[in-house]
Design a protein around this ligand. Structure first.
Ligand code: DON
Length: 556
């Protein structure tokens, strides 16, 4: 009897022991796409803030130093882990469509999609979610006051900071877009010139807007003078926002999507992001192959096919859960994955045209941002947020300093017509009043018995394939540096082509994949991943910012 109880206890306790993480890493770590924002995060942590305060501060700082990627005129997702409760949660600060939006709003009277209509100017802007998300994050999870969390961003906006090379290039590449909107041009092209690197860029209007949020919370942005200024300017320039749209916007706290790959637990973004679902479906397909035993070409073949099938289901099924019923249990079922696996041939690419009759184009260049944060107590944040394309809609309501997003382009303007990222879809992601556009952003935690990783990246439709490759790398034992550095390749079902970075495929892989029937297209390096890992046994924390860009990561 005793032995039996002993065995029973052992069986009960064993899994606890296996999954027991040391309680605290004892290190703070921040990885972000801009050195000044990373510094802000470390400063807030040193001041006694927790990872959630740091996330608010870094997000707000990025709105100032990297406004072409994200900002308070945009939205995003903040994935949190609360160490003391061992609890994960997800803050959905995604924009929603204005109430006056409609499924065909970007089509002309013949039903043709008007090129660029969902990408430029106030009509392309959805109602921002980032201000509400930051206020919520601070209020429910932070240790410092909102004013403390926002202070570094306000200072950077008011006192200015030296323009970096990347920012200079972003302005230079978007001169046409910015010139259309005088308030944006006045800030980013003073004297009608693209300012040189090193120029002290001050954004006093943005500083005032941030101060309003710091002192009044949601009300500072979503009601009152600022809201009126934004709505008036949007409407005067062809947009359809109303005061009620702003007033009614709410952050949604959701349960993260949880799945696994072999014995690794994956915590990622649920709908209205497609990222978690698509990655888990792809990993379910891949878990039926013994990848490490396969040749390099065969591994790539199966990974590309898994991407193809999973991205296809994104196009067919996914959208805002408040508006569409999605067959998520089926998409995430191992039996469904097994069925898909059967149709993947070992020696041949599957033409995407065998899967569904829609057309698409190549993805374009883009921007967004990701931050990864771990504090010494073990709280963590992965967050990806955006104004969508570089400088979003390009539109800045005068006097606000806020660049509005062009997130409406993440909806389907017409079934089968690709959006700016070449993504297609159907009515599941059609435009509707107060609906959230389907996203690919997927802040993610990976947890094994030996440690964990915090990761994510911008990159539009390529976000999902990047996080998938990063996940497989971590599973193979990669640290933060390796996760952000590994060469990337991408397939999104349509267009039926594999995009790859110069170092992603060996000459043998190029020949081998070519023989299987793949169309291979080399691209410039892409993505801007930020990752942190914590190894329980050694206690080592690693943090890294994508070497393709200017970001930094600090561990202390
Ligand atoms: O939510 C999405 O999927 C897109 N709006 C993200 C845009 C993006 O990542 C642009 N970045 N490079």
């Amino acid at each position: 009897m005793k032995t039996r109880i002993g065995v029973l206890l052992g069986l009960l306790i064993l899994p606890l022991l296996i999954s027991a993480a040391p309680l605290k890493p004892g290190h703070d770590a921040v990885a972000s796409a801009h050195p000044l924002a990373t510094q802000v995060g470390m400063q807030i942590l040193a001041q006694g803030g927790n990872a959630f305060d740091a996330a608010v501060a870094v997000s707000a700082a990025l709105a100032v130093v990297e406004p072409y990627s994200s900002g308070i005129g945009g939205g995003g997702f903040w994935l949190l882990h609360l160490a003391k409760d061992d609890h994960d949660t997800f803050i959905d600060g995604r924009e929603y469509a204005p109430a006056a939006a409609s499924a065909s709003m970007y089509q002309d009277k013949n039903g043709e999609v008007i090129p660029g209509a969902s990408l430029n100017g106030p009509l392309s802007a959805a109602i921002p979610g980032e201000p509400a998300a930051l206020v919520y994050l601070n209020k429910h999870y932070g240790r410092l006051t909102l004013a403390q969390d926002l202070a570094p961003a306000i200072k950077l906006a008011r006192d200015g900071f030296p323009l970096d090379r990347l920012f200079h290039e972003m302005i230079a590449n978007r001169v046409d877009k910015l010139k259309q909107w005088p308030a944006a041009a006045a800030v980013f092209m003073p004297g009608d010139q693209v300012p040189p690197a090193g120029y002290l860029l001050k954004q006093p209007d943005l500083a005032r807007t941030l101060e309003l949020i710091a002192s009044k919370g949601d009300a500072g942005f979503y009601t009152g003078e600022l809201a009126k200024a934004m709505v008036d300017a949007v409407r005067a320039n062809g947009g359809i926002w109303s005061l009620a749209d702003l007033r009614d916007y709410k952050v949604i706290e959701r349960q993260p999507l949880v799945g696994s790959y072999h014995d690794m637990r994956i915590v990622s973004a649920p709908p209205p992001s497609s990222g978690g679902i698509v990655m888990l479906e792809a990993l379910n397909i891949l878990s039926g192959y013994d990848l490490p035993l396969l040749s390099d070409v065969m591994q790539k073949h199966y990974i590309i096919e898994a991407m193809r099938y999973a991205y296809r289901d994104r196009a067919e099924y996914l959208g805002d859960p408040a508006f569409v019923k999605m067959p998520l249990p089926r998409l995430l079922s191992p039996y469904y994955a097994a069925g898909l696996r059967v149709s993947i041939l070992p020696d041949k690419a599957t033409p995407s045209s065998d899967l569904a009759p829609v057309l698409a184009q190549a993805p374009e260049s883009d921007h967004t941002t990701h931050i990864s944060i771990l504090d010494k107590d073990g709280n963590r944040v992965a967050a990806t947020f955006t104004v969508n394309f570089r400088f979003g809609s390009g539109f800045m309501p005068p006097g606000t300093g806020v660049i509005l997003n062009d997130e409406m382009d993440d909806f389907v303007s017409k079934t089968g017509v690709p959006n700016g990222f070449g993504l297609v879809g159907n009515s599941a992601n059609a435009i509707a009043p107060h609906k959230r556009p389907l996203s690919s952003m997927m802040p993610t935690f990976l947890v094994t018995k030996d440690g964990l990783a915090i990761l994510g990246t911008p990159g539009g439709s390529r976000i999902i394939s990047m996080v998938l490759l990063g996940t497989l790398d971590y599973y193979r034992g990669g640290d933060a540096e390796s996760i952000v550095s590994i060469p990337r390749y991408h397939m999104q079902y349509l267009p039926d082509a594999v995009y790859y970075e110069p170092d992603a495929f060996t000459p043998e892989a190029i020949t081998g994949l070519g023989k299987m029937g793949y169309t291979l297209r080399q691209t410039n390096p892409y993505g801007n991943m930020q990752a942190i890992t914590w190894d329980y046994k050694s206690g080592k924390v690693t943090a890294a910012s994508d070497p393709r860009d200017i970001g930094t990561a600090i561990v202390k």
